[in-house]
Design a protein around this ligand. Structure first.
Ligand code: PLP
Length: 251
């Protein structure tokens, strides 16, 4: 049997139906909500399957894993989004291979992504990742520093600021989650008031996409609900490749 063939198409159908239903109830048009398939740990064949079922936007977290899939799926017109934490020695290959980056959270990374963006490509589309939970362990710029970072990024020649992104605290407390989505929405509104031309609020995953859409998400990033449980741990072979790649790519 093909890996997860029918399951993935079915997963996509269900997620699309869910988005439509929640959007409808929230008085929003479903077509204003973009579905990004968060495909980390799923092999290229699974992405191909999702593509065959109409999914064209994929988000990846681990560079080396992503590059192998991008290579394997060259024949498909996929729009690749980078959604994972960014180390500064990875910016070149991110800039060369992705259309979007959702996880820009500091000036140094923004600088390097812009500098490394090939002239032959359109500007790299970026979102600021905002730390809405206040957890030290989380990536993201603090809400009070968002304006400053945005003002910096819009001056960079090869980046186009599109909006904001967040990964709220994983919790069953929906009121807390809602307040964190709202915080991201407020950061977005604030940037708009400051004159930035934005259209993207990237928030909501398999577990919390309902609340995210109610609170204004324009892009939801869904993995498990499409592909099934993640294939952790990443196979040892892949981890070893990543270590070699890290060694060969000085900072
Ligand atoms: C994995 C991941 C997702 C998707 O999470 P699911 O719970 O599997 O839907 C979304 N955003 C980011 C940044 C991720 O790393």
């Amino acid at each position: 049997m093909e890996p997860n063939t029918t399951t993935i198409a079915l997963g996509l159908q269900k997620v699309r139906a869910r988005i439509e239903s929640i959007a409808g109830k929230a008085g929003r048009r479903p077509e204003t909500i973009t579905l990004l398939a968060a495909s980390k740990t799923n092999p290229a064949e699974c992405l191909r399957e999702a593509f065959a079922a109409g999914q064209t936007i994929f988000g990846e977290n681990y560079l080396q894993e992503a590059l192998m899939k991008i290579e394997a799926l060259r024949d498909l017109p996929i729009e690749w989004h980078f959604i994972g934490p960014i180390q500064s020695n990875k910016t070149k290959r991110i800039s060369e291979n992705f259309a979007w980056v959702h996880s820009v959270d500091r000036k140094k990374i923004a600088d390097r992504l812009s500098k490394d963006r090939p002239e032959s490509l359109p500007p790299l589309q970026v979102c600021l990742q905002v730390n809405v939970s206040g957890e030290d362990s989380k990536s993201g710029v603090a809400p009070e520093d968002v304006s400053d970072l945005a003002a910096y990024i819009v001056k960079l020649p090869h980046l186009k600021l599109r909006g904001v992104m967040a990964i709220p605290e994983l919790t069953k407390a929906t009121a807390l989650q809602r307040s964190q989505f709202r915080m991201l929405r407020e950061a977005y509104d604030q940037l708009k008031r400051e004159g930035h031309d934005l259209d993207t609020i990237s928030m909501g995953m398999s577990e919390d996409l309902d609340i995210a859409i109610e609170e204004g998400a324009t892009t939801v990033r869904v993995g498990t609900a499409i592909f099934g449980p993640r294939r952790y741990p990443i196979p040892e072979e892949l981890a070893a490749q990543q270590r070699n790649f890290d060694k060969e790519t000085p900072g």
